[in-house]
Ligand binder design. Structure first.
Ligand code: C2E
Ligand code: MG
Ligand code: MG
Ligand code: MG
Length: 289
């Protein structure tokens, strides 16, 4: 720790913290303006059927095109959006924008089963407004509710679970699907798998990265088995190598997502990827790696 490391280190450590704190304050002020200034942008990462490698949909991932700092990843600002309450408006923007993009992807490809996954912060579920946001986004874009999948993390279980369950039921009643994101990294409250209206599990990259080496696929295999037993679909996150692909396939995962297939792409590139994958299987995997 900094305490035991001598005076010089302590000072360095403190000034480092100070910079970080004031950096966060600046970012917080800027995030307030980012929505009005249209600085947020969605990238789309293909999700593929592991049997055929056909693209079955996309996950929408938000980025902040900051005027001076460049393209910021969500880890830089989602926590800030949550602590300031901006997450509600930001999340609503993501839902509308992703649903609109889904409509354009469906029209361009002629595939009206194509799906869109949208990440939803646990905090967004505390606000009943999200149900209206999802309903009207589906109406405006005129896409089938089954094509929209909302990803929630196990963090939802940290808040009032009765309220969370009620909100998820209301969203499910609209016809949208609910998936548990980053499965296995939280505290995996297995009881909720039966009680919540879940359609699928997204198995965290942590279990996929080691899967091809040694025997570390055992947890992933067990999760896939659990999901199959409960009638839940599975998406393996973070597939980067052919060996990992072969392993998650053998372990019985339905779909996959990862740099092996494609990184998250801006909308035009995602549409091009989709068009190419329709005609010739896995398209620009080597180019996007
Ligand atoms: P997530 O929902 O688990 O999204 C998957 C993350 O893994 C994405 O990071 C994606 O770029 C990355 N990824 C995908 N394939 C691979 C791979 O093969 N290797 C590696 N190393 N990484 C891969 P990203 O875009 O930086 O997003 C990070 C997290 O930020 C997301 O994790 C999600 O929890 C959150 N997030 C993103 N967009 C939104 C949003 O619109 N709303 C909310 N509330 N959270 C969001
Ligand atoms: Mg996700
Ligand atoms: Mg995830
Ligand atoms: Mg994650």
């Amino acid at each position: 720790s900094a305490k035991g490391a001598g005076k010089g280190t302590w000072t360095l450590f403190e000034s480092g913290m100070g910079e970080e704190a004031s950096e966060r304050l600046t970012l917080r002020a800027e995030l307030h303006r980012a929505l009005e200034n249209d600085e947020l942008v969605l990238h789309f990462q293909p999700i593929v059927d592991l049997k055929t490698e056909a693209v079955t949909g996309f996950e929408a991932l938000v980025r902040w095109q900051h005027p001076t700092r460049g393209l910021l990843a969500p880890d830089m600002f989602i926590g800030l959006a949550e602590s300031t309450g901006i997450i509600h408006r930001l999340g609503a923007w993501v839902i509308r924008e992703a649903t609109g993009a889904l409509r354009r992807f469906q029209d361009a490809s002629g595939d009206h089963e194509l799906a869109m996954n949208v990440n939803v912060s646990p905090l967004q579920l505390e606000n009943a407004w999200i149900v209206d946001v999802v309903r009207s986004a589906l109406e405006v874009a005129a896409v089938g509710p089954r094509c929209l999948s909302l990803e929630v993390t196990e963090g939802v279980f940290l808040s009032d679970t009765a309220m969370v369950a009620e909100r998820l039921q209301a969203l499910n009643a609209l016809g949208v699907r609910i998936a548990l994101d980053d499965f296995g990294t939280g505290f995996s409250a297995l009881g909720y798998l039966e009680r919540l209206p879940l359609e699928g599990l997204k198995i965290d990259r942590a279990f996929v990265s080691g899967v091809a080496a040694d025997n570390r696929g055992q947890v992933l295999g067990a999760i896939a088995g659990l999901a199959n037993g409960l009638g839940l679909s599975t998406v393996a996150e973070g597939i980067e190598t052919e060996a990992q692909l072969a392993a998650v396939r053998a372990l019985g995962c339905d779909r996959g997502q990862g740099y092996l297939f494609s990184r998250p792409l801006p909308e035009a590139a995602a549409a091009a990827h989709l068009a190419t994958s329709r005609s010739s299987g896995r398209p620009s995997a080597s180019a996007s790696r």
